[in-house]
Write a protein of this length. Structure first.
Length: 526
């Protein structure tokens, strides 16, 4: 591809994640989008928990048993002249490290909120990560077919709890049993809701005074009049529509609708695709930026996942392409090891075709079959000058367990399993300073369960895990360390790189330590 073609291709890519608190409707809305893209033909094929057909991304047994999606996966399809990459993020509150990293690989996010519940804890956490990255966030207030909270309240809460400005793109006309439709401010029309499920919604155009054209029933509808009043209020006192603020994530366009009955989802998606950004430049550790249409190919590994087929021991490294063009069989450099690698064994995530995609450009995600070459955060690139993208954020673990092999004769598989799972970033490993015990750290309990399950299934190693509970991890400068500082309230351990840190029992133990050793510098992250 020449630069012109590359620019054109790049401009069609939309790469995003859907974030939400569990049960807000992320799976249901994802499924509707896949329907629009022609990936699935009927609703329920992706999810269908009741029928026992599990979501495409729920490949691991543990996920199936618990009915949750533990690992993120990627869905790619074409829609409306764009190539869409949806990066699935697990909504379970226990398992967030993977989610955080996935959010580093997207250009925008869709936040799904249950309109009966408003902002829930996980929504807030995930929102903050997106905000930190300064990416556009679009809000879908879901479940309008049910009685929910007052829309004005929901907008107020969104603004005050998340600290973001909101611009309602549409406004509900009634709700639940009395839902009549949505007032679409953006397209200046009303989309009428039919309570008969399989009927398409009807569009009514509005005149300059927001009165329906050729729709006397609607004009006389009390709920419509009330909505009109709300619109007047929003026009007068609400935030103005501001594309620049959307682009920086300071203003979130809000859409009301119902994923389950597919109402307002298409209107939302069409508007979303108009304002969602194409892939942008990526910063390097050195402080330079790599433009998406640069000649040279580059990308970074944001996730490593064990092969979905347990008979194959290899793993898949998920790479977000940042620039240039990926071609199957190409040679790339791996920054960390300075090794040259041939990318011949590649999987793509194009959901609506069986054809192998041979090329990928900025914004696309490719899956590389990996036999142990890659680590999370790795940069790969072509050309002479080295490229290293900014480091992915590390999350300080809060929960810890002591781990050992159940069968002492099987030390080899135990160590191999731990090594690989730690490299994948599935879990953090520490060793105790004095006894050399293995201690695992995680952000959520579920990470341990996944670890235990995978050790047994993939490495045939049963493990004992003894919970150490919540701890506060603080690194200490090795020069200031005196082993006598360790007590029953602070466990002294080493991280993988050999750096010492204390695991404090609680805030009190941490304060006590600081009082006792006022000159010692402790840091929360390394
Ligand atoms: P999640 O991925 O965010 O966890 O949510 P998911 O889509 O699984 O939706 C959670 C529940 O909410 C599901 O019901 C789903 O059918 C329902 N739901 C999603 N969107 C809407 C909507 O627009 N309106 C209404 N009324 N319900 C919605 P469930 O009974 O828990 O699951 P299932 O047994 O139906 O699969």
């Amino acid at each position: 591809m020449n630069t012109q073609q590359l620019k054109k291709e790049d401009s069609t890519r939309r790469t995003f994640a859907i974030i939400s608190h569990p049960d807000a409707g992320k799976t249901t809305i994802t499924e509707q989008l896949l329907l629009f893209g022609g990936v699935v033909r009927t609703a329920g094929t992706v999810k269908g928990r009741k029928t026992g057909n599990f979501a495409k991304s729920d490949w691991m047994e543990i996920e199936q048993k618990r009915g949750i999606s533990v690992t993120s996966s990627v869905m790619q399809f074409d829609y409306g002249g764009k190539r869409i990459n949806i990066l699935d993020t697990p909504g379970h509150e226990d398992f967030s490290e993977d989610t955080y990293r996935t959010l580093m690989a997207v250009d925008s996010a869709v936040m799904v909120i249950d309109s009966a519940k408003g902002i829930e804890p996980q929504t807030k956490k995930l929102f903050q990560i997106c905000k930190m990255r300064g990416i556009p966030i679009f809000t879908f207030m879901n479940k309008l077919d049910r009685d929910g909270r007052d829309p004005m309240d929901l907008i107020d809460e969104l603004e005050s709890v998340l600290g973001v400005q909101a611009y309602p793109m549409n406004w509900p006309i009634g709700m639940g049993k009395t839902l009549d439709g949505i007032f679409d401010r953006y397209n200046h029309q009303v989309e009428l809701y039919s309570h008969e499920h399989d009927q398409d919604s009807t569009i009514v155009k509005l005149d300059d005074d927001n009165n329906p054209i050729d729709a006397p029933d609607l004009a006389e509808n009390d709920q419509f009049q009330a909505t009109k009043d709300s619109i007047d209020l929003l026009d007068m006192a609400g935030n103005p529509f501001d594309e620049a603020k959307i682009a920086t994530g300071d203003l979130t366009p809000v859409f009301f609708g119902s994923a389950l009955v597919n109402f307002g989802v298409k209107t939302f998606f069409d508007a979303y695709l108009k304002y969602a950004p194409a892939p942008s430049a990526h910063k390097t550790e050195e402080g330079n930026v790599v433009e998406p249409d640069a000649d040279r190919f580059s990308g970074f590994v944001f996730k490593i996942q064990a092969n979905m087929n347990p008979n194959h021991r290899d793993r898949i490294a998920f790479v977000r392409v940042c620039s240039g063009e990926f071609e199957k069989g190409m040679d790339v450099n791996l920054f960390r090891t300075k090794k040259k690698l041939r990318l011949s064994n590649v999987t793509e995530f194009m959901a609506n075709t069986r054809e192998n995609v041979k090329t990928a450009v900025a914004g696309d995600i490719i899956g590389l079959y990996d036999t142990g070459n890659f680590q999370i955060g790795d940069t790969i690139y072509t050309g002479k000058a080295p490229v290293e993208f900014e480091k992915l954020p590390q999350f300080t673990p809060e929960l810890f367990v002591r781990v050992s092999a159940k069968n002492v004769m099987k030390q080899k598989s135990f160590h191999k399993g731990i090594d690989q799972l730690v490299q994948e970033g599935a879990i953090q490993l520490y060793t105790s300073y004095t006894t050399n015990d293995y201690i695992l750290g995680a952000v959520g309990q579920l990470q341990f369960e996944v670890f235990q399950f995978r050790m047994q299934n993939e490495y045939n190693s049963e493990v004992n895990m003894e919970s150490l509970g919540h701890k506060i991890a603080r690194w200490i400068d090795p020069d200031q360390l005196d082993e006598k500082m360790s007590s029953s309230r602070n466990l002294l351990v080493k991280d993988r790189a050999g750096n010492p840190l204390f695991l404090f029992e609680n805030e009190f133990a941490l304060r006590w330590f600081k009082d006792k050793y006022p000159d010692v510098q402790l840091t929360a992250k390394l």
